[in-house]
Design a protein. Structure first.
Lengths: 228, 384
């Protein structure tokens, strides 16, 4: 291998040259991210409420995330759970759009098992979360979390997450939720949010828990369909 | 464009992956060269066995504080009015809600410590960060290439001490005299996927020839393992490595034998523990475990420092099951240690713990906690 090729290989796989987000951008993301997630949560909780009431309540909690100090939900949520992943925020944004759009009264993207690709991505997220959890507990002989600082991880994750689109043969446009994960990687590549580590952008522990529920429901549905 | 053809979609995907990779590489700094350790400017002929006690005393506490712990010493530049800055956490009790990070400086002209003052407060930090900090502890200080101080402090979220995170702060005041000293938070260090939970910092960083440093850290939720993070001369993060595959080692202290050959000595949580050791031969890129040292470790922090010429010093609790004795030992390889001086020799339940070290103006300074209530210091000079 030539010296140039070797140099590029080192650059691509290096975990010791991370680009981290600016502190001001991390603070902005903390408020924006939790604002979107909480608004989606309110929209779920207030499913039976009139649409205007739901919208007002969702807007209220989203705005409350921009208030400083202990009166802001972000003060406590950030203390406990840091910032949400880009994937979580985008999924909640898709849900909010569906919940409040008159033309598309859709369900929660994680509420019911959808296409096989959605289920496959959810299972991939579940597996990734387990690997990262075991890595946190130093059960694995390698440091998987550190790979999230390497350029090749970003590119590889993007390539894998584009597979549903590559294989999509339907006449209709691909489901919006399948774009969420690739879009999260694109956003991460540009903004480095929320921590500068790819895994934190793709998956947070709460999303991982939700993916377990979604995957189990999806697998049960698939099993029932195959029996029928 | 119509992407109905698989070939077209494949081409678009390859181009998009290339664009992602290009954008990612463009935003990153260039991969740094291997880390090269440097040592404090001690005499090249120094033999640590010749170190002798020159002075000792206590560090003044802030008013109305009954607990003090986990000091960190920072050598100040030669022309500064202060020889040393010491940081520690202090308050009504350890892990108490009013614990803050305190600091004092040892004045070169007056040869005494300045009255302590608080320099980091969790409420102010919470407002600056946008999220709350429940408790503060374990400050570790470092000075970057531009002469700005950095503090790495343990900041807990919801949960106890084991639910800690490491918060990186940087000096925001123009001057670094004690009266002017102020800090601003930069970020919680990205150390793990599980909300960064249970990562802590304790010992001083290993300075590098490029002006950067390697900061030793550890994880302690159930399992305990040590980690190292490298920073450049501005204090920007350059990556992380795990120091040991063992899950009962914490609070590593780094000792450089050569520029790239270092050992890490660690606290052992096992009953009848010994000081745990690991070694890197490539400047901290990879580590391998070494056999436990002969030194007894009663589940207590050790604080070490390597000096030029392969000389090393270590302050440690040398008696089993107790922190009542604090010993200064010397070594030339980081694994075989000989006692030099009995720094403290008490009886249970006396506690002399969490030693920190700095080499300043031709002397070795050691600070440590006494009974978790106050801090003491000792200065060792070279025998004439």
């Amino acid at each position: 291998m030539s010296a140039d090729a070797m140099h590029w290989m080192v650059q691509l796989t290096a975990t010791d040259a991370p680009a981290l987000p600016a502190p001001w951008l991390m603070q902005l993301w903390l408020s924006l991210g939790w604002g979107v997630v909480l608004a989606a949560a309110v929209a779920v909780v207030g499913k039976a409420w009139p649409v205007r009431g739901r919208m007002a309540a969702a807007a209220f909690v989203a705005l409350a995330c921009w208030v400083g100090g202990p009166y802001a939900p972000t003060h406590w949520l950030g203390m406990a759970f840091q910032s949400p992943s880009i994937t979580s925020v985008l999924l909640c944004a898709v849900f909010l759009y569906g919940a409040f759009s008159r033309s598309t009264q859709r369900g929660h993207p994680l509420g019911a098992a959808g296409s096989c690709w959605q289920l496959a991505l959810a299972l991939l997220g579940v597996v990734l979360g387990w690997v990262l959890l075991l890595d946190t507990l130093a059960v694995l002989p390698i440091v998987v979390y550190a790979w999230g600082f390497s350029p090749v991880a970003t590119a590889a994750a993007f390539a894998v997450l584009m597979v549903p689109w590559l294989c999509h043969r339907g006449e209709r446009a691909m489901d919006a939720t399948l774009w969420v994960a690739p879009l999260a990687v694109l956003s991460f590549a540009a903004l480095r949010l929320p921590t500068g580590n790819l895994w934190d952008a793709l998956l947070d522990p709460w999303l991982w828990v939700a993916l377990h529920v979604y995957s189990i429901r999806g697998l049960i549905q698939v099993s029932r369909r195959s029996k029928a | 464009m119509n992407f109905s053809s698989l070939r077209l979609r494949l081409l678009a995907t390859v181009l998009a992956v290339g664009a992602v990779l290009g954008a990612d590489l463009w935003l990153r700094p260039v991969t740094p060269p291997p880390a090269q350790a440097v040592w404090p400017a001690a005499p090249a002929t120094l033999q640590v066995a010749t170190l002798q006690l020159a002075a000792k005393g206590v560090i003044p506490m802030p008013p109305d504080t009954e607990a003090a712990h986990a000091s960190s010493l920072l050598a100040m530049p030669a022309g500064h009015a202060a020889a040393l800055t010491v940081f520690w956490f202090s308050g009504e009790r350890e892990s108490g809600p009013n614990v803050q990070i305190a600091a004092s400086q040892f004045n070169r002209a007056r040869q005494q410590w300045a009255p302590a003052r608080f320099v980091v407060n969790r409420h102010t930090l919470g407002l600056q960060l946008g999220f709350g900090v429940r408790r503060l502890g374990n400050p570790v200080a470092w000075m970057d290439g531009a002469g700005r101080m950095h503090l790495f402090v343990v900041a807990t979220g919801l949960g106890g001490w084991a639910a800690s995170r490491v918060l990186h702060l940087r000096q925001s005041s123009a001057g670094n005299g004690l009266d002017a000293l102020e800090f601003e938070p930069l970020r919680v260090l990205p150390l793990g996927w599980l909300w960064n939970t249970s990562h802590l910092v304790r010992n001083s960083p290993q300075p590098l020839a490029d002006g950067g440093m390697v900061l030793p850290l550890y994880f302690e939720l159930g399992l305990k393992y040590p980690v190292a993070m490298r920073f450049d001369h501005r204090g920007e993060l350059l990556g992380m490595t795990r120091i040991s595959q063992r899950n009962f080692a914490l609070q590593p202290t780094l000792l450089a034998r050569t520029a790239t050959d270092w050992v890490a000595l660690m606290r052992d949580i096992r009953p009848n523990g010994r000081v745990i050791a690991a070694r890197t031969a490539d400047g901290g890129r990879s580590w391998a475990d070494l056999p436990d040292l002969e030194l007894v470790n009663p589940d207590s922090a050790v604080g070490g420092m390597a000096l030029a010429g392969g000389q090393m010093v270590l302050a440690h609790n040398a008696s089993p099951g107790s922190r009542a004795a604090l010993t200064l030992s010397g070594s030339v390889n980081g694994t075989d240690w000989t006692p030099i001086h009995a720094m403290e020799q008490g009886a249970n339940p006396d506690e002399y713990s969490y030693p920190a070290m700095a080499w300043v103006d031709g002397s070795l300074w050691v600070s440590y906690t006494v009974d978790r209530q106050r801090l003491a210091w000792q200065r060792f000079g070279v025998k004439p």
